[in-house]
Design a protein around this ligand. Structure first.
Ligand SMILES: N[C@@H](CCC(=O)N[C@@H](CS)C(=O)NCC(=O)O)C(=O)O
Length: 195
């Protein structure tokens, strides 16, 4: 397996999952600040020009964080990254989707990359302000979801925690305070990473 990964990007969450599973894998590192993801050699592999992308041993390429995470959980069930009960599994996927689709794509993306959404400096400031409100609201929701438990689904680390790991790691960039519970949660997640 080969993971197309940019350190500091959302693919950090897939690295965490692969390390927790303990399966051998290779990393192909991209520098997204330099624009490696838009180079023809990478676009030939992944026309979406994004990370993460996982090249499986059967030669198929998987993209989109939730799909890669779900496939890993199903492929390596012994790692228990998803509950087996249908209700709990749906709940874990609900949390995963909330973090990736709402908090990341409709929150931090606006704060951290306003130039992707608006051209003028003034409009970019508006985008950032809107994004900041979305992040504040999203983090408050995430904190409620976590409650007093060690992980989002309770006692065990599961897929949505991997998404929370990369997202909360961006706090120095989106600069919305985390609050004590989320700070402690992020420290707990960071201890799971061998890096
Ligand atoms: N919906 C995609 C989002 C992937 C994404 O936005 N990746 C970012 C890094 S966190 C990226 O590759 N950015 C480079 C770019 O947009 O040019 C997923 O869930 O994997």
């Amino acid at each position: 397996m080969k993971l197309f990964h940019a350190p500091g990007a959302c693919s950090d969450g897939i690295v965490l999952l692969l390390d927790i599973i303990g399966v051998p894998y290779e990393i192909h590192e991209l520098d997204v600040r330099k624009g490696d993801q838009r180079q023809p050699d990478y676009l030939a592999i992944n026309p979406k020009g994004k990370v993460p992308a996982l090249l499986r041993d059967d030669g198929r390429l998987l993209t989109e964080f939730p799909a890669i995470a779900f496939w890993l959980a199903r492929k390596y069930p012994e790692a228990e990254l998803l509950p087996t009960d249908a209700d709990d599994e749906a709940r874990a996927l609900e949390l995963l989707d909330f973090i990736v689709s709402s908090l990341h794509m409709r929150g931090t993306a606006l704060v951290m990359r306003p130039s992707a959404f608006a051209t003028s400096a003034e409009a970019q400031e508006e985008v950032k302000a809107t994004g900041r409100q979305m992040v504040e609201k999203g983090l408050a929701q995430l904190e409620r979801e976590l409650g007093d438990r060690p992980f989002l689904m309770g006692e065990r680390f599961t897929l949505p925690d991997a998404a929370a790991y990369y997202l909360l790691g961006w706090q120095p960039r989106f600069q919305v305070p985390l609050g004590n519970r989320l700070e402690a949660y992020y420290a707990r997640l960071s201890r799971l990473s061998p890096a």
